[in-house]
Write a protein that binds this ligand. Structure first.
Ligand code: SF4
Length: 177
């Protein structure tokens, strides 16, 4: 019988949620015996595949590339998990939201540049006007708050989902640390 297909995705986040995923340490071994990790920054897959059972999505939706990606991921995923505070509330990426896009670009690429200040028009994905939590863009099935969520919480949530249960997280995690 084929194993459940798990993916992890990195949108606009610092990768701290993925670091916490790796902090499961030896618990990763029995977990990976139960699942196929079909897409993740932790493996080499370049294209998000069809028929993913569970996708953990780290980070806010901040750029046109994020938007395209999360819509495609939603279409291809049974259970989409908002993974960490940046995905759940937009958190750190939303700190730019009170400012205009132009002032954000100017700050990043002109005011603080030491050589040839210029705003990139190629390669760097265009920002959306605001960084958004994932659920404002696509439907979300499970929320795991935390910055980052602890390894124990991630393990609990994923194993509950693999057992076909909705993880009860209200007493196990909170926003922030
Ligand atoms: S929730 Fe915290 S640890 Fe996770 S990506 Fe955002 S800032 Fe990083």
């Amino acid at each position: 019988m084929s194993k459940p297909r798990l993916a992890t995705v990195w949108l606009d986040g610092c990768s701290g949620c993925h670091m916490s995923f790796l902090d499961m340490d030896e618990a990763l071994i029995p977990l990976f015996e139960k699942i196929d990790l079909v897409y993740s920054p932790l493996v080499d897959a370049k294209i998000f595949p069809e028929n993913v059972d569970i996708a953990l999505v780290e980070g806010a939706v901040s750029s046109e590339e994020d938007l395209h990606k999360i819509q495609m991921i939603r279409d291809r995923t049974k259970t989409l998990v908002s993974f960490g505070d940046c995905a759940v509330t937009a958190n750190v990426p939303a700190m730019r939201n009170p400012f205009t896009l132009q002032s954000v670009y100017d700050r990043a690429y002109r005011e603080t540049a030491t050589l040839e200040p210029q705003t990139p028009s190629e390669v760097v994905p265009r920002l959306l006007p605001y960084a958004r939590p994932v659920h404002e863009v696509v439907s979300v099935d499970v929320y795991i708050p935390g910055c980052p969520p602890s390894a124990d919480v991630i393990y609990y949530a994923v194993t509950e989902l693999l057992e076909g249960r909705q993880p009860e997280l209200s007493s196990k995690t909170r926003f922030g640390a």
